[in-house]
Design a binder for this molecule. Structure first.
Ligand code: GLU
Length: 470
């Protein structure tokens, strides 16, 4: 039997990490089973849905490389079909017109509150046919009055709800437009969705949806309700906790592979394994193994995973993402080392790609400002001689390689009988503008020889000025 999952976001904002995790689990389950993964845009709330959100959701999915095999389908394109199904439910006696005024419905609620009963519609139009002319009406689903609905949830286990608890829900508003539960049911049915994977904030809708599906004679899909993601204060993750938008994580310098790996583990585990390649995720993931309890978002762990991927992924792959951050920070990388060389030397020095771009500017741009603290500490009058000598030795090198550069620096220290602190550090500040860089020989080798020599001259001007002032 073919398997189909779907991700069904409402386009009322960006793709957040909770949605991305739901999408990932749906995608993984379909992939694992050779099934289809549908993207369905639930845009029936015309006031809150925007094209910008649709774009943002797709950008997020594309960045994470969660490709859908069907869709995107838009619910707003399917109103005729919803009308058809509503008519079918009326026809078969599974739905009815309700002419209650808002005041009457409010009075029912009021009465329920007073008597301490559950607030629900009392079914007063369930069996009536004395329809008033020219009055607005909604259409309600005729929920079974007795018996139970059982959700066989792949994550939470069996959940039984008494039909008594459910009232006759509105499936079409007085303007004829369908409501959320109706559209989801029709789509899951028409799109042959076999597994509904979604956040457990939808679990209260599920028994209602199952009842409608049964009334339509449709196959009830399997359900997997994924527990929420919590912030560090134990409350549901939201903007208050910092970044929640997937694209914000891109902007902050995370690799999509790292975010996916982090998200797959946030709510699912396989022994104590932490790092999963895409292939491993597909092979090992199972909805049945998802956690029943909510998971807490932990940025430190995400950083750890990001560092792992920056260090272990093919540098040429990481470089593609670094290129985006370089452009974002207006660093023109046309002239200078290949970005994958930067990845190789900087990956274990940073937490994010954004930081990697920030600290790699000197590879591509000259500077006139040097880090004040580094200057104070390392460009002192005593370094004039070492800088002049090391410059001469570097200038004389037949080949611009880390090995020869290393030898030139060592020879300078030996010849002048000074420590490396008086050669290496001033040279580093000269070449990079600051006191932090990957190993000096490699850093200089990545920089153009002429550039290094010119930067030593620039540093010597600073040293001369200090001599003059001392
Ligand atoms: N559109 C709903 C949401 O964005 C999801 C509905 C579903 O997955 O069934 O929360």
């Amino acid at each position: 039997m073919s398997l189909t999952t779907r991700f069904a976001p409402s386009p009322t904002g960006y793709l957040h990490v909770g949605g991305a995790r739901t999408a990932l689990y749906s995608w993984l389950y379909a992939k694992k089973n050779g099934g289809d993964f549908i993207l369905r845009i639930e845009d029936t709330d015309l006031e809150r849905s925007t094209q910008a959100s649709v774009d943002a959701i797709m950008d997020g999915m594309n960045w994470l490389n969660l490709e859908w095999t069907q869709g995107p389908f838009f619910q707003t394109h399917r109103f005729d079909r919803y009308k058809e199904v509503i008519a079918q439910l009326l026809e078969s006696g599974n739905a009815y017109r309700c002419y209650c005024t808002p005041e009457e419905v409010e009075a029912m609620r009021e009465a329920a509150r007073e008597s301490g009963d559950k607030e629900k519609y009392n079914g007063m139009w369930r069996e009536r046919t004395d329809y008033p002319a020219d009055k607005p009406f909604v259409i309600r689903f005729k929920n079974p009055l007795d018996g139970n609905v059982v959700i066989k949830d792949m994550v939470k286990g069996d959940i039984t709800i008494a039909n008594e608890e459910l009232d006759d829900l509105i499936i079409a508003r007085s303007d004829g437009t369908p409501t959320y539960n109706l559209t989801v049911v029709v789509d899951d049915w028409d799109m042959k969705v076999s597994h509904v994977v979604r956040g457990d904030d939808h679990i209260s809708n599920t028994p209602r949806q199952i009842n409608i599906l049964k009334a339509l004679g449709a196959t009830v899909p399997e359900y997997a309700h994924i527990p929420m993601i919590l912030g560090d204060d134990g409350k549901r993750l939201s903007k208050r906790h910092g970044a929640v938008s997937v694209m914000q994580y891109r902007d902050d310098g995370y690799l999509p592979e790292a975010l996916l790996n982090y998200l797959v583990r946030l709510g699912w585990s396989h022994g104590d394994k932490e790092i999963f390649s895409r292939e491993e995720m597909i092979e090992l993931f199972d909805l049945n193994d998802c956690n029943r309890a909510a998971s807490g978002f932990n940025t430190d762990k995400l950083i750890w995973v990001n560092q792992h991927y920056m260090k272990t992924m093919a540098p040429s792959e990481v470089a593609k993402h670094l290129a985006w951050h370089m452009a974002e920070q207006n660093i023109n990388t046309d002239n200078g080392p290949a970005l994958e060389e930067i990845v190789k030397v900087q990956a274990d020095r940073v937490k994010t790609l954004k930081e990697m771009a920030q600290i790699s500017r000197y590879f591509y741009e000259d500077f006139t400002e040097l880090d004040a603290t580094a200057v104070k500490k390392h460009l002192r009058p005593v370094v004039k001689e070492p800088l002049i000598l090391v410059k001469a030795k570097l200038a004389a090198l037949a080949q611009w390689s880390p090995e020869l550069i290393h030898a030139a620096i060592n020879d300078t220290a030996t010849e002048l009988e000074v420590g490396m602190g008086k050669v290496g550090m001033p040279l580093r500040v000269a070449a990079t503008g600051g006191g932090n860089s990957p190993s000096l020989d490699v850093t200089l080798a990545l920089l153009d020889k002429d550039k290094v020599l010119a930067r030593i001259d620039q540093a010597l001007v600073v040293v001369e000025a200090r001599i003059a002032n001392s």
